[in-house]
Design a protein. Structure first.
Length: 164
C-alpha cells in the first residue's frame, strides 16, 4: 500500500476565502454561483470566491457522526463556501479526488470533537493519518474510480430524466 502521512502534509488548506452569509445577507445576492455548506449547496449567489477543483470537507454537523451523506465532496468550477466546510486543494503529493474517496471510507470518529454539535476542526483535519499511495498510483486509481463516478452520474441523470 502507500506510506503513512498526515493530511496536512499533502494538501493545501484554503479556508481563508470562506464566508458565512446569513439568509438575509443572501436575499439580495441571488445568482448562478453555488454557495456550499457542510453537506452541499445551500444557495446560489451573484459572485464567487473559488475557481477550480477543490475538496469540501464537512467541518461540523450531525453527519460527522451519522455518515448518512459523504463528508468530503469534490467541487469544480466557480463557487463560494460558508464556514461549515473546509476547503482543500490538491498538491503534487495528493490527488484530491483520491483523498475524497479515502476520507469518505475512513473512520474519522477519533478526529471529531463535541458532544452536542460534532466538529472537525482545522487542527484535527490536518492531523488525520492517511495510508496514501504515490501520486502515480493515485492517478492510476483515479483512472478506474473516475470511470465508476462517470457511470454513477450518468445513471443519476437517466433516473432524473425518467422521473420527470
Amino acid at each position: 500500500m502507500g506510506s503513512k502521512v498526515l493530511l496536512g502534509d499533502v494538501v493545501q488548506l484554503d479556508d481563508s476565502r470562506r464566508q458565512p452569509l446569513s439568509s438575509r445577507q443572501r436575499e439580495g445576492r441571488k445568482g448562478c454561483y453555488p454557495y456550499y455548506g457542510a453537506q452541499g449547496i445551500v444557495d446560489y449567489l451573484d459572485d464567487y470566491t473559488y475557481d477550480g477543483t477543490y475538496l469540501l470537507v464537512a467541518e461540523d454537523g450531525e453527519n460527522l457522526r451519522s455518515r448518512k451523506m459523504p463528508l468530503a465532496n469534490l467541487v469544480t468550477g466557480r463557487f463560494r463556501v460558508n464556514n461549515h466546510a473546509h476547503v482543500l486543494a490538491g498538491t503534487d503529493k495528493c490527488d484530491i479526488r483520491v483523498l475524497g474517496w479515502l476520507l469518505n471510507s475512513m473512520n474519522l470518529t477519533p478526529y471529531v470533537t463535541g458532544s452536542t454539535q460534532p466538529k472537525l476542526s482545522q487542527k484535527n483535519l490536518l492531523a488525520i493519518e492517511l495510508d496514501l499511495p504515490s501520486i502515480d498510483e493515485q492517478q492510476s486509481i483515479m483512472a478506474i474510480l473516475g470511470s465508476i463516478d462517470n457511470k454513477i452520474a450518468l445513471n443519476q441523470q437517466t433516473n432524473d430524466y425518467l422521473a420527470a
